[in-house]
Design a protein. Structure first.
Length: 123
């Protein structure tokens, strides 16, 4: 009979793996770089966090400072992954990476130039 800890570890690892697989499917299926970054930034980050927490629960009794390292890894992941996907999406927009034909509204067009050598358009 599995213990509560083993069930919690299994749920965390399976849910994290599911979210990472979902992120991979989004990277393949979404139409443009901006949608793909959304999939990588959201589902991928949460999936990695759940897997790190699952391993932290599994090996909690082995070392004294394991929870500190686990929480530092989670904090590092939550701080760096969304910021990096935001910066990559912004660089893609500034370099005029093509958007999907299904994109209807471009609210950033009036605030950010499509190329770095253009002047801001204040309409």
């Amino acid at each position: 009979m599995p213990t509560v800890t083993e069930l919690l570890v299994a749920v965390l690892l399976l849910l994290g793996t599911f979210l990472i697989v979902l992120s991979g499917i989004g990277l393949v299926r979404f139409p443009d770089v901006f949608c793909r970054m959304h999939a990588a930034g959201k589902a991928g980050t949460l999936g990695v966090v759940l897997i790190v927490l699952g391993t932290g629960v599994q090996f909690a009794g082995t070392e004294n400072d394991l929870w500190v390292r686990t929480l530092l890894a989670v904090a590092f992941q939550l701080l760096t992954a969304p910021a990096s996907t935001h910066l990559l999406a912004r660089a893609s927009y500034v370099c005029d990476y093509p958007q999907s034909e299904r994109t209807v509204v471009d609210e950033l067009r009036g605030y950010l130039p499509s190329r770095p050598d253009q002047v801001f358009n204040q309409e």
